[in-house]
Each structure stands twice: as structure tokens, then as C-alpha cells.
Design a protein around this ligand. Sequence first.
Ligand SMILES: Cc1cc2nc3c(=O)[nH]c(=O)nc-3n(C[C@H](O)[C@H](O)[C@H](O)COP(=O)(O)OP(=O)(O)OC[C@H]3O[C@@H](n4cnc5c(N)ncnc54)[C@H](O)[C@@H]3O)c2cc1C
Length: 585
Amino acid sequence: KPVVLQYANVLQRSEQVKDSYDYVIVGGGTAGLTIADRLTEDGKYSVLVIEYCTLITDEVIAAGGGRNFNDPKTHYNITSIPQKDMNNRTQDVRIGCCVGGSSAINGMVMVRGTASEYNGWAELGGPESTWNWDGVLPYFKKAIHFTPPQDDVAAAFNITWDPNAWGQEPNTHIYATFPTYQTPNLIPMYKAMAKMPGMDIPIDGVGGNNGLFWNPTSLDPKKFWRSYSRTGHYDDITRPNYEVIVNNKVNKILFDGTTATGVQFTNRYDDDPTPVTVKANKEVIISAGTVHTPQILQLSGIGPKGLLESAKIPVVVDLPGVGQNFQDHAWLSVAYRWGNGQPPAPNVTLSGDPGTVAGPNVGAWIGLPAITNDFESIAARYEAQDPAAYLPANSDPTIVAGYAAFQKLHVKLLRSKNANFLWLPLRGSPGGIVMSMHVVSHGTINIDPANPNAEPIVDYRAFSNPIDMDIMVENINYMRKYMNSPDLAEYQAQEVFPGSNVTGEALKDWIRANNVPSNYHPIATASKKPLELGGVVDEHLKVHGTKRLSIADGSIMPLLPGANTQQTVYMLAEKAVDMIKARTQ
Ligand SMILES: Cc1cc2nc3c(=O)[nH]c(=O)nc-3n(C[C@H](O)[C@H](O)[C@H](O)COP(=O)(O)OP(=O)(O)OC[C@H]3O[C@@H](n4cnc5c(N)ncnc54)[C@H](O)[C@@H]3O)c2cc1C
């Protein structure tokens, strides 16, 4: 009999798992738990979630103030291969390892991309696609429960929000909440940014537009603890049809021909584990995240034929896109200090608690035409590229065709104000993070043919396409313009790192030495695109060439949203549920 804790039924041992369930979900992370909760809520279907990692104890949660779980076991220990165009430096590939997945350890920023970016998803998907802005907005509203800021904070900081773009469904417990406090030092920084040429100030950032705006964080509105997939879609749910087995690794999907019938998994802590199989009567849904979803597919015989053959894995479907098209946000920190006093902060009296602030709550999200007058020459240079020129050598023709479609779309985005190429989060002090929100260098996440069951080989291929360097230079120059803008000039901001004299080739050298190719927002290794464009899942998230196998997690995004990715993952999981329930197969 399953052990019933205060959570959904947690199984510790494989003998507790039944022979079959309607749905077997691989991965109890952000998307996995969302889907499990929604599929079981009306009692019609049975679901088993298989999660590699553990359930963090109440003690660890309490010790972290309900927010940050300071336990190294809550994340995987994966490092990228050396990045040639980053002086051969490697990158920590941080992803969550616990029930809740990456939503348990993320930075809690709650934002969405622009309408143009999701319309780009639809453009890559083809004329029938429903993943355009109008097709995703209802799912954003369903996925997230919004709590507006307190009156005194909203008034002091002029925080506005768009009630038509946010949802407040009583049955949704993933929360976007404003802290009860902000530092008044933000006010002069905001005012200076608001005067930057071409800066738009939308009522909110979630309505499809960009510019300078305030954003909430993923906080429970009562306790101000972390709101994440575990608290929203798992804790306090005791349904007989919702079971989760922890500390077990899905090794592969089982097939009858090309129809998925179930999965094989093993206990992570057994030295010599006996593989266990469980059947899925309706579907197997992979939600193992952008790093492990392609690994599981490849280990199951779904992936690029040459790679599978070199790993001696029998090919079930030759699917060249599995593990390709990998993208992430890239960033740098530009350090400043004030040289002459500091911008005066107005005297505001707030009733709230500074301890409720969990991450950046205001920032500029800007399109390339507002970042640089050179946007057209960058767009033209990118447009003139041969699509195969900067892809891995011998890329499959479908990958090249997919990149050509991406390039065509991206050229439009480079020329559009409504696509975020820079995120500059504001703080009450000078300088800070400069983040490139779109990259045209696409990486790979593949199994190692010599050791297929080890962690996969992660290659960002950072700056393999020189356009990404051009854009990072412009983004740093934007920070420089901002720090020297009329409102701030009097305080004589001094650039400490890299230093205002570092320009031209020296600045590029500094970028290569300091760029971080990941904001832990990996996407696209199982992209939702047509087969002929190197896609892995179709518009309904079914894996091309298979039956009864779906993917729903960050890996299906074909293009980065110009936004931190958690809201988008919750949205796509909610949309996946409706698609899965509507299947007739
Ligand atoms: C450090 C960090 C900071 C971030 N900051 C922000 C932020 O501030 N704002 C924001 O919007 N986004 C942020 N993100 C990104 C966001 O959290 C992720 O995009 C999102 O949570 C990914 O969801 P997912 O469902 O795709 O994968 P995950 O939530 O990672 O879930 C995948 C799950 O699958 C499990 N799994 C993997 N392989 C197997 C297997 N073989 N068998 C069984 N289980 C398996 C994993 O253990 C994991 O639980 C951050 C992420 C990180 C890591």
C-alpha cells in the first residue's frame, strides 16, 4: 500500500507501484507536477510521476525560511564542456533536483515574453499553430494566480498592473505576488531609465508589450514563502489517483513498434538495481527538463541515427532534432560606483517588510532598435548569413532548414521593438546585470556515446555565431549610456569592471573572459516544430514518428521568450493538459 504523507501519495519503493496507470509522467518538476495535478483533479485518470530526486524535508524547508533550500543535493552537478569562444571556460549547468524541480531553486522572477516572441513560436510551428500570443494568453492566466501590490507600495513606486492579463483562479495555487516593500533608492534609478530614448512604459509587462515595468515574484501571498510546483500542484493533495515515486530514475521509454507502452526505471540508490517497468494505458509524458528529456529520448532510441548507432542503441525513430537547437539566456555583470554622492531617494514611509523582497521587481526589457542605432546593420549582417555556417559541422538537412526558418524569424525580431534583446534589472545602486535575452548560437545536449548513461554532454556553443557578440557589446554600451544619462550624470558613475576605457576588441576579450552563457533557462532540445524543420514534437506536443508519447517541459520551446522561463513552463504545461485530455487516440 502506498505510504500516505501529507502530500500526494509518495511511494518510496518500486513494489508499491501498480502495474499500470493511465498516464506515466517522467519527472516531478515544474511542468510534471502541474500536469499530474490537473490530470487527476476530476478523479477520471490515474497518474504516476517518477522523480529521480528526493522530497526535501520540512526541516530543510523551514531552515531556508520556506524559500531557499540550502542543500547541495537540491541541484544536479553537471558542467558544460569547455566553451571555445569563452577562453575554454566551462559553465555550471544548474537545474533543480527535488520534487518541484527547477521551480524549487529558481530566482523567483515572474515574467513573460512579448507577443512577438510567442507569435514566433506559432510562425515556426506552421499555419495551424495555436501557440501564438492569443493562444497562450488564456493558459498564462490559468497557470498563475496574481496578487497585486499593497496600496502604499503601489502608490510610492507607481506600480501599475493589467488585470486583463493576469488570472486569479481560485483553483490555481502558483502565485505571483509583490513584496510588501521596495527600497526608495529604486525611484531615481527608475526615473532615469524612464527617460532613456525610445523607452516605453507599459501598464504591465505581462500584456505582450515590453519596456520599463514592475514584475512580481513567485511568492505565496500570505507567508511570503516560495510558491513553486510542489506547493501549487502537490502539497496538501491526497488523491488516490495521484502517486509519485521519488529517488527513481527513468532509464528509457518502452515501445511496441513506435507506440510508447510504458517506462523502465530503477532505484537511484541501489548499487545493483533491478529494472522495474510500469505501463501507461493512455500516454507517457516526458517532463524531465531541457537537459534530461533529450537524454531519455536518445537512450530510448529516439534521436539522431548516427549518434544512437555510435552509442549502440537500437534506433526506434531517427529524429535528428533531439538534443539540438539548445538555447539559454547569457549575461554579464558590469560594476560601477558613484563618484560624486548618489541620487537622492525620496522619503517614503512603508508599512511592509524588506524581508519579503525575493528578487528583482523592476527592470527594462528592451528591443534592439531601442538599444542601438546600429540595429539595422546587425539585422542585415545576420540576414546575410548562410544558415549552415555556424551550426555544428554535418548538421542534418532538417536542422539546417529549421535554423533557416529561425533565422528568418529572428531577423524580424532584431528589427522589432517588441522583442526583448536586453534585460537590465534595476537596483538601488549603480551598474549590475546585463542580460542577452536571445541568442543565435545554438548548442547541443547529447548523450556521450562512450558512456550513454552518464550525465549528457552539454555544449552551449556560446558565441559560435558572432552576432551574439555584437549584441552583447551593444547591451554593455546601453548600460554605459544609462549610467551616463542626464538624470544620473551629476553623480559621476565610475565603471569599475571592465572599465570605461575597455572598448572595441578589448571589450570583446573581456566578454569572452566573463560571459555567463546561462541564466539557468535552458530550452529547445525537443523543440515544437515540424519534422522537416528539425522538430521533435508536433503542435500537440506528441513526439514525431511515435504514438502515445508526449513531451511537456522547457525543452519544447522553439525560441527563447525574452523572459525568465518559469511562467512560460507553467503556461505550456497547462496547455499540454488540455491537449492531452482532448486526444482521441
Ligand atoms: C538556479 C535557477 C534560477 C532560475 N531563476 C528563474 C527565475 O528567477 N525566474 C524564472 O522564471 N525562471 C527561473 N529559472 C528557470 C525555471 O525555473 C525553469 O525554466 C523551469 O523550472 C523548468 O521547468 P521544467 O519542468 O522544464 O524542468 P524541471 O523543473 O527542472 O523538472 C525536471 C524534473 O525531471 C526530473 N528528472 C530528470 N531526469 C529524470 C529521470 N531520468 N527520471 C526521473 N526524473 C527525472 C528532475 O529531477 C526534475 O525534477 C531558474 C532556474 C534555475 C535552475
